[in-house]
Write a protein that binds this ligand. Structure first.
Ligand SMILES: O=C(O)[C@H](O)[C@@H](O)[C@H](O)[C@H](O)COP(=O)(O)O
Length: 323
């Protein structure tokens, strides 16, 4: 069930897909507007990216002995708290590796969705021993929950951020990394990415939620801003209420850069597992509100986060300090 996409090394290049002659792939990367690059022409088009494996030496993971876990009553929502960001990173690596093994065994593939921001650095332990050699990277399919509409080699590109910080260090097949098409407008890139997802759903690379009918990614690794946004779904913005589209665009993002594409809540909340990774004191207030521990007149996007199977909040002591 490998990916049908072939990777092209130059920006906006189109290459035939190996399994379907009607599909073509475009590539590019950047980072001021972050978003996966996928581009369609005659038919949908995905963006497959090419990475080079980079050899690195890493220390063994530290045991996250200081963690505390709590399951929210009556919900498939857990909170795991750790003393330090380092312990969050150690736990996140094991959590992700365990889910990878589970889904590879159950369905022969592991569909993983990344956000931008500090999440990528929090994934650093996955590229170290023992996971670097024990995870079946050949079964990974990588997507972005949101991306800035910039070139893939731009400093603001979420693709570039993930490539530099994580993807270049592990041997995921290049055709299984789906970046947005950075040659398109925000609207075009969002439509293109949605079409890409639909083709992968048809091929059962991405599962479908029997409950919602939306794509059911195996795991989304998410971050939250200090204002309680996730993906590019910001407080008070109408996109938070999108009910039909899978992928949409925003041109007035309050967090720069202004143009982005983003998964919608129906897709995000249809994921089997959602992991929200939050560290630092600057997010303590939003964490408190998002987890329903404080009165707040406005509903934050992070409060709307759920998952089909399980949502876990991974917090360091600072982020959890108001709970
Ligand atoms: O493209 C983006 O801006 C990110 O995907 C965004 O949604 C990010 O995940 C949060 O803003 C948290 O970012 P930090 O962890 O860096 O605060």
């Amino acid at each position: 069930m490998g990916c049908a996409l072939r990777m092209a090394s130059s920006m906006c290049a189109t290459t035939p897909l190996s399994l379907s002659s009607s599909l073509r792939t475009n590539l590019s990367s950047s980072r001021t507007s972050r978003a996966p690059l996928i581009s369609l022409r005659v038919s949908p088009i995905f963006q497959a990216l090419s990475f080079q494996s980079v050899r690195t030496n890493f220390k063994n993971p530290i045991s996250a002995s200081a963690s505390a876990s709590a399951r929210m009553a009556g919900q498939n929502k857990k909170i795991e708290k750790f003393e330090t960001e380092e312990e969050v990173a150690v736990r996140l690596a094991k959590y992700t590796a365990d889910l990878s093994a589970k889904f590879v065994k159950e369905r022969g593939a592991f569909t993983v969705v990344l956000s931008g921001g500090s999440l990528i650095d929090a994934l650093r332990k996955l590229a170290e021993a023992p996971y670097k050699d024990s995870v079946d990277w050949s079964k990974w399919h990588v997507f972005w929950v949101d991306e800035r509409v910039v070139k893939r080699d731009h400093v603001d590109s979420n693709y570039k951020l993930a490539l530099d910080g994580f993807l270049s260090k592990v041997p995921i097949p290049t055709g299984q990394v789906y970046a947005i098409n950075d040659a398109l407008s925000a609207e075009g890139a969002a439509d293109d990415y949605e079409t890409c997802l639909k083709h992968l759903v048809q091929r059962n690379v991405i599962a479908t939620s029997k409950t919602t009918g939306f794509p059911k990614f195996d795991l989304m690794l998410l971050g939250m801003g200090p204002d309680g946004h996730l993906a590019s779904l910001f407080p008070g913005h109408p996109l938070v209420n999108e009910k039909n589209k899978w992928v949409t665009c925003i041109k007035d993002s309050p967090k720069p850069p202004p143009e982005r594409i983003t998964f919608t809540f129906p897709v995000i909340n249809s994921a089997a597992y959602n992991a929200m990774v939050v560290t630092g004191e600057g997010k303590a207030s939003a964490v408190c509100t998002a987890l329903g521990k404080s009165q707040h007149s406005e509903t934050l996007p992070a409060q709307l986060l759920s998952a089909e199977d399980e949502l876990t909040w991974f917090l360091d002591k600072s982020a959890a300090s108001n709970l």
